[in-house]
Design a protein around this ligand. Structure first.
Ligand code: PMP
Length: 454
């Protein structure tokens, strides 16, 4: 089905526009009759030329159309959850609930890693399987002492204590989550007050970056300003400042080192952004910081509007799902109100604490192995014809190749090596691949397969 819908915006008596709806979109809920009196009045009386009234309707097709119209309004390099950048194609929504399901679901797809058995899996930025047999035995013994019949400690006190000591902060400054993914959702729920009449709060992030900031915001009906990184994959400061002016974000997520580009954000730009966004919480996502030569705790200490997010997932304990936020206790007390009861299961609490205390030498060994391998892999990659590697502070490498990424990705896959490609997003990502640093043998296998393809 292909239909037309009228967009009413600004002073609706004067300005109207029409736009085509994509196949499968439903128009029923957009008719005047289906809008409540209040909403209709809001649509008609809103006199600001900013399309916010469209937000009340909350239909992806309309939102997308409004972005197209708004593009002239925004600087061209600031995109408001830009369709075409990296969205999965929208699918018709499940009947009979299409009218009551969250509209953003139509523009999202599930987070599903590539399934199947691959001899070499270098697609998810996990640490290679290098835990010692002794460490595995210790984890098993500890797990045997758990009380399975009881709920876990609701405040995860031991785990928070251990993570705080590991990070050099106090336990009162630590909130734990089921991976940093859950921390992101808690932040979004807590910082959800809209600043304008659109009713939707705004978050800002960069692109390409970790997709869960955007996805988790969109399913909460929040608006997302994605600012493309500059040509060196660094923060495009001017554009970010324009974005802050256009729609002040409640939260700004900056992954540094960034995923998938692996590089650090320039310190001066980051600090400038923090200063300019004094009314926003800047969340510095340090998921890959164990592989870097410095961190951002000094920024957290110096600026009230900074929080730091970390995880055990990249340093050998992805299976536990433990992430944490470092923030001021008064703020954590508020965020803690949206945390689900018993969010951290007992094995994650016990074994997560063990990982960063007794097993800390294991983590150090794995990290130093990976850093050495990263440099070797980076030189091996750079020696291949037409390959350019971005210097990495993380446990993965981001590289450009002359051949389309889709062909290399498929060629590697056919040879049993799985890496990460973002070619569906097109543009400058069409020739980029991300490879996680694995064991020496895995890296060699990856390099020799790639050599066959370049
Ligand atoms: N932040 C970044 C930048 C990431 O790349 C990832 C994992 N891909 C996460 C957070 C999620 O980490 P966790 O496993 O702790 O949910």
């Amino acid at each position: 089905m292909r239909g037309y819908v009228r967009l009413l915006f600004g002073d609706a008596e004067r300005s109207q526009a029409s736009t085509a709806l994509p196949a499968g979109a439903r128009t029923g809920c957009l008719t005047d009759q289906r809008l409540s009196q209040g909403k209709r009045r809001e649509l008609f009386t809103h006199t600001v030329w900013a399309l916010e009234p469209i937000g009340v309707v909350h239909v992806p097709a309309i939102e997308r159309a409004s972005q197209r119209l708004q593009r002239g309004f925004l600087a061209k390099d600031v995109r408001e959850h830009g369709a075409g950048m990296d969205y999965a194609p929208s699918a018709p929504m499940a009947e009979p609930f299409s009218d009551i399901l969250c509209p953003a679901l139509a523009e999202l797809s599930s987070y599903t890693p590539v399934a199947g058995d691959y001899a070499v899996r270098l697609d998810a930025n996990e640490a290679p399987e290098l835990l010692s047999a002794a460490a595995k035995q210790r984890l098993g013994e500890a797990a045997a002492t758990l009380t399975w019949e009881r709920y876990p400690d609701a405040t995860s006190s031991q785990l928070r204590q251990a993570l705080a000591a590991h990070s050099g902060v106090s336990a009162e400054e630590v909130l734990v989550g089921d991976g940093s993914d859950e921390i992101i959702t808690m932040l979004l729920s807590a910082f959800s007050r809209a600043r304008d009449r659109s009713g939707s709060p705004v978050i800002m992030t960069t692109t390409p970056s970790f997709v869960m900031y955007r996805m988790s915001a969109r399913v909460r009906g929040q608006r997302v300003l994605e600012v493309p990184l500059d040509t060196s994959w660094d923060l495009a400061l001017e554009s970010m400042l324009r974005g802050i002016e256009h729609a002040p974000p409640n939260l700004i997520f900056i992954a540094t080192p960034n995923n998938p580009t692996g590089n650090f954000a320039d310190r001066e730009r980051l600090e400038h952004l923090i200063q300019a966004a004094s009314g926003s919480l800047v969340v510095i996502d340090e998921a890959y910081i164990p592989y870097s030569d410095r961190d951002h705790l000094d920024l957290y200490r110096r600026y009230e509007n900074v929080a730091i997010m970390r995880t055990l997932s990249k340093i050998g304990f992805a299976a536990l799902r433990v992430g944490w936020l470092i923030a001021r206790p008064s703020l954590l007390a508020e965020i803690d109100k949206v945390r689900l009861p018993y969010n951290m299961n007992a094995p994650a609490q016990l074994l997560g604490a063990l990982a960063v205390t007794e097993l800390a030498p294991e983590i150090r060994r794995i990290v130093s192995y990976v850093v050495t391998e990263r440099e070797r892999l980076s030189s091996g990659l750079a020696a291949l014809p037409g390959v350019t590697v971005t210097p990495s502070q993380a446990n993965f490498l981001w590289f450009r190749c002359e051949r389309p990424a889709s062909e290399l990705f498929e060629g590697l896959k056919a040879r049993g090596v799985l890496v990460r490609s973002f070619h569906q997003r097109g543009g400058r990502l069409a020739n980029q691949l991300r490879v996680t640093v694995g064991t020496g043998e895995e890296n060699d296998r990856f390099l020799s397969c790639l050599r066959e393809l370049t």
